[in-house]
Design a binder for this molecule. Structure first.
Ligand code: VGL
Ligand code: ZN
Length: 194
């Protein structure tokens, strides 16, 4: 049995890229654990979007001695590299939309809505509801979900289909609280998957 499509809804898969998975330059603990969870969710959505962090070689957030807490990072997701590619096991359907962000040297872009066509792409497909999952809960997932809510979409974060940097420990919990305060609803994969 295939579960019904969620009406007017899009699944926004944030930054499930090799550099954020174990073995990558900015690996999120258990980052690749989101892949089977996301693959279980995909059949419920008519509209699927991936975002990718897509930085120039000399992006301003890159540091030789990254501190993480101050948003300085190891070099990651350089445009066109294997590290910037989506995880190979994501079962993306034909017609998956793609958004790339953080492409300007001097600007960090944690949100998939920042300087992209994402809101326009969603509205063109009459999306009213946005479900956000992926990496990292405490940065790009949080920023994308908060921006989706601000843009007027009814927004959910699928908590167990996300993983976070969590440095210092507690930032994932805090991010979920901030999303909740920003009008984003929190759900689990089991609430949605067939
Ligand atoms: C991200 C840190 C730096 C993310 C991107 O995808 O959450 N985190 N760049
Ligand atoms: Zn980045």
């Amino acid at each position: 049995m295939t579960a019904e499509l969620l009406k007017d809804a899009a699944l926004v898969i944030v930054d499930v890229q090799n550099d954020f998975c174990p073995g990558g330059t900015l690996a999120v603990p258990e980052g690749d654990a989101v892949v089977p969870a996301i693959n279980a969710l995909i059949p419920r959505f008519a509209v699927v979007v991936t975002t990718q962090d897509w930085h120039p070689e000399d992006h301003a957030s890159f540091a030789a001695e990254p501190k993480f807490v101050d948003k300085s990072w190891p070099k990651h997701c350089v445009a066109g590299t294997a590290g910037a590619a989506l995880h190979a096991q994501l079962a993306l359907p034909p017609g998956t939309l793609s958004v790339r962000k953080g492409t300007r040297r001097d600007l960090e872009a944690y949100s998939g809505f920042q300087d992209t066509d994402l809101a326009k792409l969603l509205r063109a497909r009459e999306v009213k509801r946005v479900y956000v999952c992926g990496l990292a809960t405490d940065y790009c997932v949080k920023a994308t979900a908060l921006d989706a809510a601000r843009a007027g979409f009814e927004t959910w974060v699928i908590a167990d289909a996300c993983r976070g940097v969590n440095i210092p420990a507690g930032t994932v919990e805090q991010a979920l609280a901030e999303m909740h305060a920003g009008g984003v609803k929190v759900v689990q994969v089991s609430d949605l998957a067939a």
